[in-house]
Design a protein around this ligand. Structure first.
Ligand code: PBG
Ligand code: ZN
Length: 321
């Protein structure tokens, strides 16, 4: 099996041959585009921490969604920034909240576009933690009710799928139960099953104004050093009824993605998070890399590692490319 019998370069000689032997492809239907929704009307403000990304009010989100769909985009993930925050993040379940209103606008303007909503408390709590916070700790079980209420309000507004990102134990089971009992057993659930306590969420927290006021998220998000634990998390979420399993971040965790790919045949998502996107954007702007080529390569790597779908801020640019 060695030279001169074998010459892998023979099949790299021209573009047609290279296309024939290509193992991984990327298309618009592989991508879900994360967007930030704010209250108000007529708002489309650039986000300083994330070049080329915007805060949209629900009406503007509707316009963006319809042009995204016309360009071939398939799916959005919505994050909300509310008018008011409180101790328990109650505004997250407000039927008139920015995400709920945006879901309606988007389904009105682009009915076939898939609308996924991020379910978590950190954008809605005054302390910025992803759950009920008491004496320096996030309380698991009291948080589950609040998450269910938020998920239900998203589904009532008409979203196509909910995506809990809080990392509380048992939330998939409790949210699934709440949806089923209210007549929404047909609505799928994408779980942020394997979510690490990562520095790569920095630009997101600025964009969503959701950085914890004190402390960090290591009491519930995973230790970046662990991979066996990732399998346990995926296993639990599958047993609780998650339809899609997510690994997050993506780029620095391709080994984890691969491990989960081998562990389950379930659909697998990977989130190329804000910090990954910002690094590409800033390195591109500085002339350090060819932005488009590097961005495409980053997505391909995530797909090759085993992702069926990628949540990425690159989605609209990908459609242009
Ligand atoms: C909320 C949430 C976060 C992200 C998705 N959902 C932030 C966090 O957990 O701190 C990160 C997304 C990104 O960085 O692009 N729990
Ligand atoms: Zn959160």
């Amino acid at each position: 099996m060695t030279y001169p019998t074998h010459r892998p370069r023979r099949l790299r000689d021209n573009a047609v041959l290279r296309d024939l032997i290509r193992e991984t492809t990327l298309g618009p239907s592989d991508l879900i585009y994360p967007v930030f929704i704010v209250p108000g009307r007529g708002v489309r403000n650039p986000i300083a921490a994330l070049p080329r990304q915007f805060h949209y009010s629900p009406d503007e989100a509707g316009k963006m969604a319809s042009s995204f769909w016309k360009k071939g985009g398939k799916a959005l993930l919505l994050f909300g920034i509310p008018e008011k925050k409180d101790e328990t993040g109650t505004s997250g379940a407000d039927p008139e909240g920015p995400v709920q209103l945006a879901v309606k606008e988007i389904k009105d303007k682009a009915p076939e576009l898939l609308v996924v909503t991020d379910v978590c408390l950190c954008e809605y709590t005054s302390h910025g933690q992803c759950g009920v916070f008491s004496r320096g700790r996030v309380l698991n079980d009291p948080t589950l009710e609040l998450l269910s209420a938020q998920a239900l309000s998203h589904v009532r507004a008409g979203c196509d799928m909910v995506a809990p990102s809080d990392m509380m134990d048992g939330r998939v089971r409790v949210i699934r139960g709440a949806l089923d009992s209210q007549g929404f057993s047909h609505v799928p659930l994408m779980s942020y099953s394997v979510k690490y306590a990562s520095a790569f969420y920095g630009p997101f927290r600025e964009a969503a104004q959701s950085a914890p006021r004190e402390g960090n998220r290591r009491g519930y998000q995973m230790d970046p050093a662990n991979i066996r634990e990732a399998v346990t998390e995926a296993e639990l979420d599958i047993s609780e009824g998650a339809d899609i399993i997510m690994v997050k971040p993506a780029g620095p965790y391709l080994d984890v993605l691969r491990e989960i790919r081998h562990f389950t045949g379930r659909p697998l998502a990977a989130f190329q998070v804000s910090g990954e996107y910002a690094m590409l954007a800033l390195a591109g702007a500085a002339g350090a890399i060819d932005y488009k080529e590097a961005a495409l390569e980053s997505l391909l790597g995530i797909k090759r590692a085993g992702a069926d779908m990628i949540l990425s801020y690159l989605a609209p640019e990908f459609l242009e490319w």
